[in-house]
Design a protein around this ligand. Structure first.
Ligand SMILES: Cc1cc2nc3c(=O)[nH]c(=O)nc-3n(C[C@H](O)[C@H](O)[C@H](O)COP(=O)(O)OP(=O)(O)OC[C@H]3O[C@@H](n4cnc5c(N)ncnc54)[C@H](O)[C@@H]3O)c2cc1C
Length: 414
């Protein structure tokens, strides 16, 4: 790799920004392109959890039993809009095929390899950006309301055991000590002790983007609509003009498949829409993020209030948001956190970029020798962004990547 290689990154979400910072460490001259301001896409509205120790794919064994319930309940924690089913079938079929014991185990290994290194690669960037005050490391607490859910969770802790994750079972009586705002009598919890969280996902992206600019990075706000190529190299990225480059990175979140397709890779990427409701004056402060697993949402105390974030809706990239899904979170949270004030909640919707095995693509292109992909982080994009960036930077510089990159190849999801 020559020094000051002209590098273009498409997509300035948390993955693109972290990738840009690690490429700057390679000595590259980096231009980030996004049609929106940096960090304002999906990366702005998440639950803020850096899930160090995350090991479970979405396609866990037995998941198929949930499907009939999903289609019938538009406000259920996980739902599918019936009109989207025909387009969704190929993804769903692959997702279900991935829910065998063997495939779930393989996905768990790949997820863990990234998540376990999340803070090792994120923290140095945040410190350099002067934004340590936006991070806390207090663990995250999975909360189970019924004995059946809690028993099931204990069984699934075997995945933590096999990966060597630090966690702790929290019995019902101790839950109240750890989080006094929780309703008494809940069945129990699991604390992943090394997880961290940010007090502002957008603030974090903005701080990292500020560092990128200080270090000479350029930002262009534009829509990318194609590429110029010469044999097996991309020579320019096309917006309303042609921007020449020595190498290109696609970190365009839920839209990455559209760009990958232009480059000969038809990827099975879909989106899981997620919602949040930000309560400006909640009347309670949580010590750490709480994840209400049966309801598929998390509650995180942040700057600007308490954020209730999560749920999954399969509806594609074009459907209008159903903000009733966000509003419903307020009622649910009020039953779990009795002191909660739900006045004035602000609703938001974003698009998780999801692959059927819950493992991102961190890969070189099979067709173009100077193109790299970093997308499909699903529920864990904030967690895995920095380690993804470091991995892509190592790959493009011909250095040993921080993990076995064969687990994240693009050709497994074509
Ligand atoms: C409700 C919810 C809660 C979540 N909670 C967590 C959590 O607690 N922890 C966690 O780790 N993850 C969480 N996630 C997931 C995480 O937010 C995402 O995985 C992550 O934000 C994806 O980042 P990204 O950079 O890939 O995508 P994005 O943030 O979507 O960025 C992609 C960017 O690419 C741009 N783009 C796309 N196509 C083009 C084009 N053609 N031209 C120009 N620009 C383009 C878009 O404008 C966008 O800005 C959550 C997600 C949701 C929805």
């Amino acid at each position: 790799m020559q020094e000051y290689t002209q590098t273009i990154i498409i997509g300035a979400g948390i993955v693109g920004i972290c990738t840009a910072l690690y490429l700057q460490e390679n000595g590259c001259q980096v231009t980030l392109i996004d049609r929106s301001p940096p960090g304002e896409g999906t990366s702005s509205g998440n639950a803020g959890i850096i899930s160090v120790g995350s090991v479970h794919p979405e396609a866990m064994p037995g998941i198929w039993k949930e499907i009939p319930h999903m289609v019938l309940q538009p406000l259920a924690p996980v739902t599918l809009r019936p009109a989207y089913l025909p387009r969704f079938l190929p993804w769903l079929t692959r997702f279900l095929a991935n829910s065998s014991q063997t495939k779930a185990e393989a996905a768990s290994v790949a997820i863990h390899a990234l998540s376990t290194k999340a803070m090792d690669y994120l923290q140095p960037l945040v410190t350099k950006a002067g934004a340590d005050d936006l991070l806390r490391q207090e663990g995250s607490l999975y909360v189970y309301e019924t004995p059946t859910q809690f028993a099931r969770a204990k069984v699934d802790c075997a995945y933590y055991d096999r990966r060597g994750v630090d966690y702790r079972i929290v019995e019902s009586a101790e839950l109240a000590d750890m989080e006094p705002s929780l309703r008494p009598g809940l069945a129990g919890g699991v604390l992943t002790t090394k997880a961290a969280h940010t007090l502002s996902p957008l603030g974090l992206s903005c701080a990292l983007f500020g560092l990128f600019q200080q270090q000479g990075g350029e930002f262009i706000q534009a829509e990318v609509n194609g590429f110029l190529t010469n044999v097996n190299r991309v020579t320019a990225v096309r917006t309303d003009r042609e921007l020449s480059c020595d190498q290109a990175f696609i970190t365009a979140g839920s839209w990455s498949h559209l760009l990958a397709r232009e480059l000969g890779s038809k990827v099975l990427l879909d989106t899981e829409c997620g919602y949040h409701l930000q309560l400006p004056d909640p009347g309670i402060v949580l010590h750490r993020p709480l994840l209400f697993v049966g309801r598929a949402f998390a509650a995180t105390s942040m700057q600007g209030g308490l954020r209730l974030a999560g749920t999954v809706e399969f509806a594609g990239l074009k459907a209008a948001p159903n903000y009733a899904r966000a509003q419903v979170l307020a009622q649910q949270a009020a039953t779990l956190l009795p002191g909660l004030s739900i006045e004035g909640g602000e609703a938001w919707m974003g698009y998780r970029p999801s692959l059927p095995d819950s493992v991102p693509v961190i890969s070189s292109s099979p067709h173009f020798e100077n193109v790299y992909f970093g997308f499909g982080h699903g529920h864990l994009g904030l967690t895995q962004a920095a380690v993804t960036g470091a991995t892509l930077a190592a790959m493009s510089a011909g250095r040993e990547p921080p993990m076995d990159v064969s687990l994240y190849r693009i050709d497994r999801v074509l």
